[in-house]
Write a protein that binds this ligand. Structure first.
Ligand SMILES: NC(=O)c1ccc[n+]([C@@H]2O[C@H](COP(=O)([O-])OP(=O)(O)OC[C@H]3O[C@@H](n4cnc5c(N)ncnc54)[C@H](O)[C@@H]3O)[C@@H](O)[C@H]2O)c1
Length: 328
């Protein structure tokens, strides 16, 4: 019998249940810091994610991880479909299963859309904590979708953000982002006409458009100012090879996974990362060393992120009586 559930039952949490559980971004960043410290010390089990691909540039990935120190084990089964917006459907959807670490029995199944939005942003913010200048206050967001919004929120929990430059190829999405983000956070949020204008004055730049295997990246060498930090949520889709070569430190969240993607045809012009986030958090590799360094987090998104935060979502949901118990 699972120690989490009644005999033969698991808790199902819908997308709304997961969001209503109320896990805050700062708490997520802290959970990820613990998880990445464990990873840096070699105490996490996480094979590179296998995937299937039913459409061009789309994916369905299986993402398992086990973090012994957090007594957390589980699997995310997640899809990313760039064309879904044409059907008014989310880019990212899927389910996450948590298993009891003693018995292996599943004790929760939850929608993973909210978790993916926020854990990705929390991981970028954790990278920024170690790699961005602490006084970074101007943010460029290129692609104003789900990740653009969650990234702004996560960065603003750690940095004194005052001004945001926002760019999206869909004008109506950009305009709504400007209105919503100003109302929510009170920053100066300016919609800009082109990618360059979102980069050149920014201390921190997030690119969060579609991940493309054959990208035509707009960001050129010389656009990101010295001392800048970037998080490439959409891999190398937005940065040219010359712009990538300009970074003093290219980091990732998992080297094995980086090489796995590289073997699959991504990152043709991206320098191999000098460190991963686990090594940095655990103190084996340096974060930012000089004020004028350009630093990049090329985080690929790990099962570790999901499995670090999902048990806390489950715990909060149970406290609030959310979700539906179902028989196994
Ligand atoms: N690295 C990770 O850990 C990780 C995790 C989750 C999602 N992602 C990736 O993040 C990206 C965004 O996901 P999302 O859920 O926010 O999707 P979304 O559909 O909500 O947002 C994507 C936005 O990109 C805009 N866009 C499309 N092409 C653009 C371009 N050339 N320039 C600027 N904007 C453009 C769209 O109009 C849309 O607003 C996807 O590529 C997804 O695969 C990465």
């Amino acid at each position: 019998m699972s120690t989490h559930s009644g005999e033969g039952q698991f808790l199902y949490l819908s997308r709304e249940d997961v969001a209503s559980a109320g896990l805050g971004v700062k708490a997520m960043i802290d959970l990820l810091e613990t998880a990445f410290r464990e990873k840096g010390n070699g105490r996490v089990e996480m094979p590179p994610k296998p995937g299937i691909h039913t459409q061009p540039d789309a994916f369905l990935h299986a993402m398992p991880a086990y973090i012994p120190a957090m007594k957390s084990a589980g699997l995310k089964w997640v899809g990313g479909y760039p064309e879904n917006y044409k059907r008014r459907l989310p880019y990212i959807t899927g389910l996450l299963v948590l298993n009891d670490v003693d018995t292996g029995i599943p004790y929760a199944v939850m929608d993973c859309t909210w978790i993916t939005a926020y854990r990705t942003a929390a991981a970028s913010a954790l990278s920024a904590k170690y790699l961005a200048r602490p006084d970074s206050c101007i943010v460029g967001i290129l692609a104003c979708g789900v990740q653009g919004r969650s990234h702004l929120e996560a960065l603003a929990t750690l940095f004194p953000v005052t001004r945001v430059f926002a760019y999206d190829t869909r004008r109506e999405v950009q305009e709504q982002f400007v209105v919503d983000m100003h109302a929510r956070h009170g920053f100066d949020v300016l919609g800009v006409e082109n990618p360059r204008a979102a980069v050149v004055e920014s201390d921190m730049v997030v690119t969060s458009g579609p991940i493309l295997k054959q990208p035509d990246p707009p960001i050129q060498a010389g656009w990101l100012r010295p001392g800048g930090f970037a998080s490439a949520v959409d891999f190398d889709s937005y940065w040219t090879g010359a712009a990538l070569a300009e970074f003093d430190k290219v980091t990732t969240d998992d080297r094995a996974q980086f090489q796995y993607y590289k073997a699959g045809g991504y990152f043709r012009q991206t320098p191999d990362p000098c460190s991963d986030l686990g090594e940095i958090v655990a103190g084996f590799k340096p974060g930012r060393e000089r004020a004028d360094e350009r630093t990049l987090a090329m985080n690929l998104g790990l099962a570790l992120d999901d499995v670090a935060v999902a048990p806390e979502v489950y715990r909060l949901a149970r406290e609030k009586g959310l979700g539906t118990w179902l028989p196994l």
